[in-house]
Design a protein around this ligand. Structure first.
Ligand SMILES: CC(C)(COP(=O)(O)OP(=O)(O)OC[C@H]1O[C@@H](n2cnc3c(N)ncnc32)[C@H](O)[C@@H]1OP(=O)(O)O)[C@@H](O)C(=O)NCCC(=O)NCCS
Length: 393
């Protein structure tokens, strides 16, 4: 029997799930997170195998098109990405103007992505072909936008892309104006792959909520960027770096952690809604962090020591076994990115420039059986209150 909300109010409070914890809201073939065993698969391929053997362009193709590309398909995809790398003078100008004010790069990124809709001549074409073209454009341009935001915040001018470089290396080139060495390019390519997709996390869900209203892809992606910015989600990478910097040296870590836990503060870069085992992306990144020796700078070395000490202290508290609290990918981002000279304020924008592939894949997939996303909310206020004119209140 169907019980209406009105009747439920009479019977009692309906069962609620604050935060949609463990709720299945869609069926998907894009990503599997095995939270109990700490495993992650993109379209069925284990993340550690992709991280070892693939690259961001191939992973993006896999996510968006649903299969690994042939040599010809990958070469065509790479060419399409290269052709979309450049930014228009309007976009560059917007980034330049916003960078002069006090906006966080995530604000600039969100506004800029929404604004490039005005350059899309077939904005009303929602066919699969048009959405795929749009995905290629967004995957290419997000990296260019983030690099350009970094340049203007650093007081530099726009650096045009280098058509000879792969995606990650070109991103670094547009950010620094210098061709990166192979180690730097490898780190960025790895981060782009590790962050490319993660099922219906908050930002992907936000993008899907917007897309389910039949809003266009630019509006949907902006929603994803906005949701990613918060410290409980993508913003945790920058927040974890700030935490490590405020700790300053490994010897201070214990006091910081004790005080934070005693006052019920979250340790940034620890815990996850789905993983109750060690985040497999964090495991991969931790390995790279330990191998940084020789490529690293003093700041990165200190951050690595602090990160390892925090991890040791948290492990000794058995929070993993008791509550499933282990380091997540955002925890090791600080030491690794610092080794390649990436400023903290660009961590979350780079995350967005990676996650764009997953967002696009989910938007295209959900559209095939689109249904407006609209959960219920239990109203616990009063009803039928008499309206009192303002002068009598
Ligand atoms: C990601 C996160 C929001 C998931 O949280 P969640 O599934 O909603 O879990 P809750 O916030 O309800 O936490 C459950 C318990 O674990 C504790 N906990 C979770 N993450 C913690 C953290 N990072 N540090 C300390 N305690 C933490 C909570 O205090 C709570 O303890 P309690 O049961 O004694 O009250 C949470 O772990 C967090 O805030 N982490 C820090 C931010 C972060 O790194 N985000 C990036 C995720 S990839």
């Amino acid at each position: 029997m169907l019980i209406h909300f009105r009747d439920k109010m009479e019977i009692g409070k309906p069962e609620m799930n604050i935060g949609l914890d463990r709720i299945y809201a869609a069926e998907s073939r894009i990503c599997k997170i095995d939270g109990e065993n700490g495993r992650l698969y993109y379209r069925g391929y284990p993340i550690d195998v992709l991280a070892e053997r693939s690259n961001f362009e191939e992973v993006s193709y896999l996510l968006v098109y649903g299969k690994l590309p042939s040599i010809e398909e990958l070469s065509r995809f790479r060419k399409e990405l290269r052709e979309e790398r450049n930014l228009s003078s309007g976009t560059i100008n917007m980034i330049s103007q916003m960078s002069k004010r006090n906006a966080h790069p995530m604000h600039i990124l969100s506004a800029t992505v929404a604004s490039i809709a005005s350059e899309d001549v077939d904005i009303n074409d929602r066919s699969d072909g048009a959405e795929l073209r749009r995905s290629v454009k967004l995957i290419a341009k997000m990296a260019s936008i983030v690099a350009t935001i970094g340049r203007y915040i650093g007081g530099e001018e726009y650096q045009a892309p280098d058509p000879e470089l792969p995606h990650a290396a070109n991103f670094l080139y547009m950010l620094t104006g210098k061709s990166p060495d192979s180690f730097q390019a490898k780190i960025i390519d790895l981060m782009f792959m590790l962050q490319a997709e993660h099922s219906t996390n908050a930002s992907t869900f936000a993008a899907l909520v917007t897309s389910s209203t039949l809003a266009d892809m630019y509006m949907s992606i902006s929603s994803g960027i906005n949701a990613l910015s918060g410290v409980l989600h993508g913003g945790a990478d920058e927040a974890a770096l700030k935490m490590m910097k405020s700790i300053g040296k490994p010897e201070n870590a214990n006091e910081y952690i004790e005080n934070a836990l005693a006052s019920k503060q979250k340790i940034m870069g620890f815990g996850h809604r789905v993983y109750k085992a060690y985040d497999p992306r964090a495991k991969i990144l931790r390995k790279y962090m330990e191998e940084l020796e020789g490529h690293s700078n003093p700041d990165s070395k200190t951050l690595t020591e602090i990160a390892l000490e925090i991890e040791r202290i948290m492990a000794a508290k058995k929070l993993g076994e008791a509550k499933g609290i282990w380091p997540n990918i955002d925890f090791f981002t600080g030491p690794v990115y610092t080794a390649v000279g990436m400023p903290g304020y660009l961590f979350t924008p780079v995350f967005a420039a990676s996650r764009i592939s997953g967002w696009c894949a989910h938007i295209i997939e959900y559209r095939k059986n689109n249904r407006l996303i609209r959960p219920l909310e239990y109203y616990s206020g009063e009803i039928g209150i008499e309206y009192v004119p303002i002068e009598k209140r």
